[in-house]
Design a protein around this ligand. Structure first.
Ligand SMILES: Nc1ncnc2c1ncn2[C@@H]1O[C@H](COP(=O)(O)OP(=O)(O)O)[C@@H](O)[C@H]1O
Ligand SMILES: [Mg+2]
Length: 243
């Protein structure tokens, strides 16, 4: 069997084929002058990131300002660019590997820092897919990425995170039910392509209206994230599924 592509663009394409999931995926394309211009025209926030990156490396946020200015953020640094052309030229210098452009989600925040959700979905041989763990990853101060190591961020129980966040108008339990449903659908889709895979670690976003988004699917998720929670129940469940 041919080796399966692990690019974020491949995973996006696999998930996007599902009509039930298409609306949960931020629009994504290969980085080019054309795609960047189109995304800058269409969305207030645009993310540029490596097609095969991990750990939050190389993730750049471009935010549209008034008078055709843009704010470009990498790590905790930011600068202003003037016009799409200058923005493209600046990014072009930073972008060494194959990059993507993606609609930027206005992630819900806790004390000013964005957070997203890691959802573990696993199955035992011959059994159904199960959500075995969910937690919130809160970005370190000043960062746009929630990756705990790179941003110095922290993990929180999901219910606590939702309660302390900027999310309005939806209950925590409704959001968690939605995250589970979408994550299970995503695992089914991904498993149709990555047929040997028995676990996925999904990075899912929640915006301030409570809408749920799939940011990326990890094929080798770091389960030690779950060890950082005071309650180790999810960690033990995850480990028991890996045997
Ligand atoms: N489209 C997006 N909108 C908002 N934040 C994003 C977006 N894409 C990535 N991020 C932020 O950057 C982090 C890292 O991006 P991700 O796609 O998960 O790549 P990596 O493989 O490096 O973890 C995410 O966890 C999230 O905090
Ligand atoms: Mg990630």
């Amino acid at each position: 069997m041919a080796k399966k592509s692990k690019s974020k663009l491949t995973k996006y394409a696999v998930l996007h084929k599902s009509p039930a999931l298409a609306g949960t995926l931020p629009n994504t394309r290969l980085f080019s002058k054309r795609s960047l211009y189109k995304f800058l025209d269409r969305y207030k926030k645009v993310i540029a990131k490596p097609a095969s990156g991990s750990g939050g490396a190389g993730v750049i946020l471009i935010t549209g300002r008034r008078h055709s200015k843009y704010r470009v953020q990498r790590g905790t640094k930011s600068r202003t660019t003037h016009g799409k052309k200058e923005t493209y030229r600046y990014l072009r210098k930073k972008v060494k590997s194959s990059y993507l452009v993606q609609r930027g989600i206005s992630l819900a925040r806790i004390h000013g820092s964005p957070f997203d959700v890691r959802v573990m979905v696993q199955r035992k041989p011959g059994e159904a897919w199960v959500v075995t763990g969910m937690l919130a990853k809160v970005a370190g101060r000043g960062y746009i990425i929630t990756n705990v190591k790179r941003s110095g961020g922290k993990v929180l129980p999901l219910a606590t995170a939702i309660r302390c966040s900027t999310i309005k108008g939806t209950s925590g339990s409704a959001i968690m039910a939605c995250l589970r449903r979408v994550a299970l659908l995503a695992a089914h889709r991904l498993a149709g392509y990555y047929t040997k895979q028995r676990f996925f670690g999904l990075d899912m976003g929640i915006d301030s209206s409570g809408k749920v988004w799939i940011i990326e699917a990890n094929l080798r998720p770091d389960i030690t994230l779950f060890l950082k929670l005071a309650d180790k129940t999810m960690y033990h469940t995850i480990v028991s599924y890996r045997k």
